[in-house]
Design a protein around this ligand. Structure first.
Ligand code: XMP
Length: 519
């Protein structure tokens, strides 16, 4: 029997010179149906050969190539015969390594710029003579050696794209990975197809089939438990495993009393009706509220919730016989950020607030079927597997739930106020057709009372803050410019309909310096 070639066989590696750029590039590559992994910038040529990539992309980054301590790559990688595309800092590195000169630009470029093609073809095939690009640089390539051809320029950047004459090495000063470069994905597509020869084998439907087969092979006749949180990652993990092993899957949903309105009911309905899994709902609300009683310090809330969650999960898992595996919805960004990927970038970014993570002492083997996927891929996979749109497109929700949005003490009556206000906000954002265009929207109950007047009576009641952000990666975020009429409807409805609230504010802080959550 012959096995089908892996859909990840045609892969491209992104060498990471500044993490936030690398992830975005990697996602764009995958949107072109080419499997992509992020690796350390100092990966050796030998390690690269082992990955057998079709192409390499050197990411942008915050450093200057001429500064001591700037991240470098092994110069030998340009001689491997594997196509290379350097983006911004990556282009500087390629040009400098191959005989050019990078200098601080006379005029820095941040934002939109008009680019003129000086020599079209391969990388810029199909790009008009003049096109918009997004620039973000203080340095630029001042000179290239005779081995290079300049492909494009802007008013202040004479070498905005280059190609080596004899090596398959390209560079662009602008950022093709951001949506502000409208032809960016076209240019990346040219690199991946024309230059690297990738044919687009990375398809989520095929990923699902291959992963289901792999899971079946690995799990055999054993039992797997999977925690359901109400979020998309755990739901997709469970749906995938259900297709692989059906009745051998047991799901545990810990009702911590900290979920959004109707969320738990929706998950239970889906996983009992549609997927018919063996679902164990642990009634933990009283236990969580008891452990949170009198606690106002955010980290202490997190610690206690994490602890209670593990206890609940452990107790319930003991009720399930012969469990060998524990399934977790770990995603690719978690793998990269924890530095756990082979050749992956070091743990430069915070380890994600891992409430809901379960300790190894549970003694199960881990299965993590989503560990190669980005969030948007997980969502599309969820739809392929038959999960409802509502669940798949749900905004991310923190493990400690509403506890970190209920500032001050967490009590049932305060949670109920918050749940109602939050539900109204989400309902109005959905009604305005804005839910999918925003990354996260929620209400926060403040530990503040203020004076108001309702009817003829003076009130002294709670204030609610509305938070709505747009972000690509949740590491940085802009507050969403929600239309005033939508804000007005949310505010009026909350004050009229939610007993105990007489004031609504809109949070207009970006991250950084604020975080998305208030605690
Ligand atoms: P911040 O507040 O750090 O949040 O800007 C970034 C993203 O992470 C989520 N978040 C959490 N998720 N446990 C989680 O599982 C947590 O303790 C936690 N704190 C924040 C937050 O909702 C946002 O999506």
């Amino acid at each position: 029997m012959t096995t089908a070639p892996s859909i990840a066989a045609q892969r491209v590696l992104v060498l990471d010179f500044g993490a936030q750029y690398a992830q975005l590039i990697s996602r764009r590559v995958r949107e072109n149906h080419v499997y992509c992994e992020i690796v350390r910038h100092d990966i050796t040529p030998e390690q690269i050969r082992r990955h057998a990539p079709r192409g390499l992309i050197l990411s942008g980054g915050p450093s200057s190539v001429y500064e001591g301590g700037a991240p470098m790559c092994d110069p030998a990688i340009f001689k491997l015969g594997i196509p290379v595309l350097g983006i911004c800092y990556g282009m500087h590195l390629a040009c400098e390594t191959l005989g050019g000169k990078v200098e601080n630009a006379p005029a820095r470029e941040f934002g939109r710029a008009r680019c003129q093609v000086t020599s079209g073809g391969d990388l810029l095939a199909g790009v008009p003579e003049s096109f918009d690009v997004w620039m973000s640089h203080g340095d630029q390539v001042a000179r290239v050696s005779d081995d290079f051809v300049s492909l494009a320029k802007t008013k202040t950047c004479p070498i905005a794209a280059v190609k080596h004459k004899s090596l398959p090495v390209f560079g662009v000063q602008f950022h093709p990975e951001v949506t502000h470069t409208p032809l960016g994905s076209h240019i990346l597509h040219n690199f991946l197809t024309t230059v690297c020869g990738c044919t687009g084998t990375w398809k989520l439907g095929d990923f699902a089939k291959q992963t289901i087969d792999q899971m079946r092979g690995r799990i055999g006749n054993d039992r797997v438990i999977c925690g359901l949180s109400g979020g998309v990652d755990s739901a997709v993990t469970a749906a995938l495993l259900y297709q692989a092993i059906g009745p051998q899957l047991s799901c545990i949903l810990v009702d911590n009393g900290l979920l959004r309105k109707d969320e738990q009911a929706a998950v239970i309905a889906e996983f009992t009706r549609h997927f018919k899994t063996d679902l164990h709902v642990v009634a933990g609300e009283a236990r969580f509220l008891a452990t949170l009683k009198g606690i106002t310090e955010p980290q202490e809330k997190r610690r206690r919730i994490g602890h209670a969650f593990i206890e609940c999960f452990k107790e319930e898992s003991k009720q399930i016989q012969d469990v060998k595996f524990l399934a977790q919805g770990t995603l690719y960004p978690d793998v990269i950020e924890s530095g756990a990927a082979a050749d992956g970038p070091a743990a430069t970014i915070k380890l994600h607030h891992n409430v809901g993570g379960l300790p190894a002492e549970l003694g199960f083997e881990l299965v993590e079927p989503l560990r190669d996927l980005f969030k948007d891929e997980v969502r599309r996979l969820g739809l392929e597997l038959g999960l409802p749109e509502d669940l798949v497109w749900r905004h991310p929700f923190p493990g400690p739930g509403l506890a970190v949005r209920c500032l001050g003490e967490v009590t049932k009556p305060r949670l109920d106020v918050l749940r109602e206000a939050d539900a109204i906000m989400i309902e109005e954002i959905k009604a305005a057709g804005l839910y999918r265009q925003t990354s996260q929207a929620f209400a926060v109950l403040l530990p503040v009372q203020s004076v108001g007047v309702m009817g003829d009576a003076r009130t002294y009641e709670n204030a609610v803050a509305l938070r709505c952000v747009n972000t690509d990666d949740f590491m940085t975020a802009d507050w969403t410019h929600l239309p005033y009429d939508v804000l007005a409807r949310i505010s009026t409805r909350i004050i009229n309909e939610v007993k105990g609230v007489n004031r609504v504010c809109y949070d207009i802080s970006s991250k950084p310096p604020a975080t998305i959550e208030w605690e």
